[in-house]
Design a protein around this ligand. Structure first.
Ligand SMILES: Cc1cc2nc3c(=O)[nH]c(=O)nc-3n(C[C@H](O)[C@H](O)[C@H](O)COP(=O)(O)OP(=O)(O)OC[C@H]3O[C@@H](n4cnc5c(N)ncnc54)[C@H](O)[C@@H]3O)c2cc1C
Length: 582
């Protein structure tokens, strides 16, 4: 098949918050040719679904300090975060918020005209854990949508080139250096080879490895899967966060802003139960704690609904004004998907797969680490949910992802601008269609008997059953075995649509392959870590074990059905690990 060739100084894969902020930062250098490749139109990226807000210690509503934010982030992550990266996150968050303000971001405002910071989010406290603190900034409950619109408009203004609906199917990494990417034009069909001096992966999460998830169907872990196939390890993949309040039966998210505004959780007996599990922070404890508490209530027979397998979010005591002006999206979701009125009805909820805590290992400048430790891949960067820099440790705090994508998207771009000036344009690979690309080309004419839709559903069921909030050795072994069998069946996949124009089946088949890879890395890492920490809870090892496991996990694929696992130390600067109580 013919390849259409392009050349750019810097290429960004992904048009979500991380990708767009990086592209915007790169566009400040008029001499650099910058392009964004995105499989969906940038404004449809998952960042747009973020309702809650962004955490930054501006101190507008009450006294706040970046050091407190850093402490909360480290403790929230159960002490597994790299603290040098956390400090960067919390100090640079403030600057990023003001930069957005200057670009025209429509923040909610306090009566004195400053950016409002009234809402509390889980795990954010004053003075190193004293009591909950309001740290998030937001635009009603449409913060992510506003981020995308603000950044996209600025990118257009500065002449960033967009390749919308281009699916990146390979990242060329050879001998420790990246020379570009291979992309498929979804709209018209056809392969595009893109040479670039610097490439950023900003491809988002992979909630689609679970059946019940807040993540859209396109969140399939493409970036991590592609670099894994090229020999880069993945870091801390066992940590996958479940959000406590998904709409029952659907998994659609009801934002943490609900609890921040004062909605609370009750069980089937009508009891407010969080005081049993987190007597100080109650519903505003971190998500891993609240999700496990909900399941414990259900397991103890105190669940609600016909099957006793949910709990309820109670908004009834909130003033109408709050529901209307602060939670318009949440209220609309409840009406649309449940036909309920939060002013009168209890809203059934259950934890739902939400956020990929681990990912592609990077340093604090977003450079991808070839060995997961120090050695960088020349010209290759990762930022946002697909990356693991690691600021979230074993569990992410609410409002910390939007900050992460912007702070580290921007930092990666700063490094990329330098590389784009100092590095010569790399030659195209001698065989651009070999390796992982071959596998994509095979899909184009695939005539096997297996259906990708069926494989995806089976994969999601396996992970939901054995790899979600509660895990144990037997279950994880079954998951891994099951995934290997699915990998084999995947080779015999067949496509009904043989066309090239808008072949959605082809896109989904490629994505299913990525899901299988990231699920395999997740299950293997979860089996490896014989302790409980943050989002990773092992019923057979229920305690945190700092002596053995205050370490990051790295996982490589050595061969089919063969994985290599190693670990590396956590960077600790000022917060020594302590018991985590809320
Ligand atoms: C419902 C929901 C609510 C949330 N609320 C909050 C919140 O209130 N506060 C908070 O801090 N966090 C929140 N989060 C988390 C946060 O929104 C995400 O972690 C973050 O937006 C991810 O941004 P990103 O730029 O890394 O990726 P995304 O926004 O997911 O963008 C990924 C981009 O990659 C592109 N892409 C992927 N694969 C390919 C490929 N193969 N080829 C080409 N392009 C590709 C896609 O087209 C897309 O443009 C929420 C998440 C969800 C799901």
């Amino acid at each position: 098949m013919e390849v259409v060739w392009h050349e750019f100084d810097a290429v960004v894969v992904g048009g979500g918050g991380a990708g767009l902020y990086a592209a915007l930062e790169l566009s400040r250098h008029p001499d650099l040719r910058v392009a964004v490749f995105s499989k969906v139109h940038p404004l449809r990226s998952h960042t747009g679904a973020a309702q809650g807000g962004m955490g930054a210690a501006l101190g507008h509503a009450e006294e706040d300090r970046p050091e407190w934010h850093a402490f909360d982030t480290v403790k929230g992550g159960d002490y597994l975060a790299d603290q040098d990266a956390v400090e960067i996150l919390c100090f640079e968050a403030i600057r990023v918020v003001y930069e957005l303000e200057h670009m025209g971001f429509p923040f909610d405002r306090a009566p004195d005209g400053r950016i409002e910071q009234r809402v509390r989010a889980g795990g954010h406290t004053r003075n190193f854990g004293e009591r909950p603190l309001a740290r998030s900034v937001y635009a009603a409950d449409r913060t992510g949508q506003m981020i995308l619109h603000t950044l996209y408009q600025q990118c257009l203004r500065r002449g960033v080139r967009f390749f919308d609906e281009f699916l990146v199917v390979d990242v060329w990494v050879e001998e420790g250096a990246c020379s570009g990417v291979l992309a498929w034009d979804v709209r018209r069909g056809g392969l595009h080879g893109v040479r670039a001096k610097a490439v950023l992966l900003a491809t988002g999460g992979w909630g689609q490895i679970y059946r019940t998830t807040t993540n859209g169907v396109t969140l399939t872990g493409d970036g991590p899967a592609l670099v894994w196939r090229r020999g880069v390890p993945l870091e801390d993949m066992e940590f996958y966060q479940f959000h406590p309040t998904g709409i029952y039966g659907r998994g659609i998210l009801l934002s943490e802003a609900s609890r921040g505004e004062g909605a609370y959780l009750v069980n089937g007996l009508g009891e407010r139960f969080m005081d049993r599990y987190a007597p100080n922070l109650l519903e505003l404890a971190p998500r891993d704690v609240v999700s496990r508490s909900i399941f414990r209530e259900i397991q103890a027979g105190r669940g609600g609904g016909k099957r006793g397998d949910c709990v309820f979010l109670d908004f009834r005591h909130l003033p109408e004004e709050v529901r209307r002006t602060k939670l318009p999206e949440v209220t609309a979701l409840i009406r649309t998907y449940l036909g309920l009125d939060p002013a009168q009805d209890l809203v059934p909820v259950r934890p739902t797969a939400h956020y990929a805590v681990g990912g592609i290992p990077t340093d604090t400048w977003g450079r991808v680490l070839w060995d997961g430790r120090r050695q960088v891949v020349e010209g290759l960067y990762a930022a946002g949910e697909c990356a693991c820099v690691s600021v979230h440790g074993a569990n992410r705090l609410g409002t910390n992802s939007l900050v992460d994508i912007l702070v580290f998207g921007r930092r990666a771009a700063q490094g990329m601008a330098k590389v784009a000036r100092s590095r010569a344009m790399p030659a195209a690979p001698s065989a651009p269609l070999d390796g992982p690309a071959e596998h994509f080309l095979r899909l184009l004419g695939a005539r096997g008997q297996e259906s990708c839709t069926r494989l995806r559903l089976e994969l999601q069921d396996l992970m939901e059953r054995h790899g979600s909030v509660f895990r144990n050795r037997g279950g994880l072994q079954q998951a891994l075995q099951g995934l290997w069998e699915l990998q084999e069946r995947y080779r015999r996949v067949g496509l009904a649509d043989r066309g090239q124009v808008y072949n959605q089946e082809l896109v989904e088949a490629f994505e299913t392959g990525c899901l299988l890879d990231v699920a395999e890395a997740t299950a293997a890492s979860a089996l490896h870590r014989t302790e409980s920490r943050g989002t990773h809870f092992r019923e057979d090892y229920p305690e945190r074990d700092d002596a053995r496991w205050l370490r990051h996990t790295l996982v490589w694929r050595a061969a089919a059905r063969e994985l290599r696992l190693e670990d590396k130390p956590v960077v600790i600067t000022r917060f020594e690990p302590k018991e985590r109580r809320y």
